[in-house]
Design a protein around this ligand. Structure first.
Ligand SMILES: Nc1ncnc2c1ncn2[C@@H]1O[C@H](COP(=O)(O)OP(=O)(O)OP(=O)(O)O)[C@@H](O)[C@H]1O
Ligand SMILES: [Mg+2]
Length: 232
């Protein structure tokens, strides 16, 4: 199955003056690891937002994890069950502890509070922050917050992880650790990993590098280019 099937996706802002996505077609297979690169303003985050059903396209079709995002009436469930979001603005809730932030995605599942706590602590261990469970997010450094956001993104065992510059604000050592964590998940649990990055060293780790320019995909790695030629 394919994790992502997009055809002729268009999205504009400001009454059509800004064309953020200009006819994007893309297929990503289940369990693939792709990176998305391109200059600032080229449409990378817009594309990622579409994949996570955080924004709606003007036209075109978009299917993610078997859900038709343009007709689905269950987008909240889709986001909660299928997608792990790692965005640069971490959006941690300030007045609850680190551990409670990680438990939030678990509320859509049938888990006891003890199970949620155990799982949150295990995830905190995975990102190297077991000793920070009970403090508030504003006591953490930027990189530590990013790691909490990553632990939270993994809490519902998503089939697809969408990461927008996940290592952008991290030092190189922490950055490698985080990448290793994500890549291990991709390898061990067949999670589809889609990472937007400015860093070519990060991009090259992926099975495939997708290049975006002016709202269009100008290169999608070999395989998909061949596929799209066959499609036409
Ligand atoms: N909510 C919005 N309202 C108006 N314009 C927007 C909105 N979101 C994005 N844009 C515009 O759409 C274009 C694509 O933006 P997008 O955020 O997708 O770029 P990006 O490739 O992620 O850039 P960066 O690398 O700087 O994060 C830009 O011209 C941006 O200014
Ligand atoms: Mg962006």
């Amino acid at each position: 199955m394919n994790a992502v099937e997009i055809k002729d996706l268009y999205k504009s802002y400001e009454d059509g003056k800004i064309k953020a996505l200009n006819g994007v077609s893309l297929t990503i297979k289940d369990g693939e690891f792709v990176s998305i690169i391109g200059p600032s303003g080229s449409g990378k985050s817009t594309l990622l937002n579409m994949l996570g059903a955080l924004d709606v396209p003007d036209s075109g079709s978009i299917n993610v994890a078997g859900h038709d995002l343009r007709t689905s009436k269950k987008l909240n469930e889709f986001r909660g069950e299928k997608i792990g979001f790692i965005f640069q603005l971490h959006n941690l809730i300030p007045n609850i502890s680190v551990r409670e932030n990680i438990e939030i995605p678990m509320y859509t599942q049938k888990m006891s509070s003890g199970e949620m706590k155990d799982k949150a602590l295990k995830l905190l261990g995975d990102v190297g922050l077991e000793d920070k469970a009970d403090i508030l997010p504003n006591k953490l450094s930027g990189g530590e917050r990013q790691r909490v956001a990553i632990a939270r993104a993994l809490a519902n065992e998503p089939s697809i992880i969408l990461a927008d510059e996940p290592t952008g604000s991290l030092d190189s050592k922490t950055s490698s650790k985080i990448l290793k964590l994500l890549i291990d998940l991709h390898k061990d649990k067949n999670v589809t990993l889609i990472i937007v990055t400015h860093d070519m060293d990060v991009a090259k780790l992926a099975d495939r590098v997708i290049e975006v320019l002016d709202g269009e995909i100008i290169s999608a790695g070999d395989e998909s280019l061949i596929n799209s030629k066959i499609d036409v």
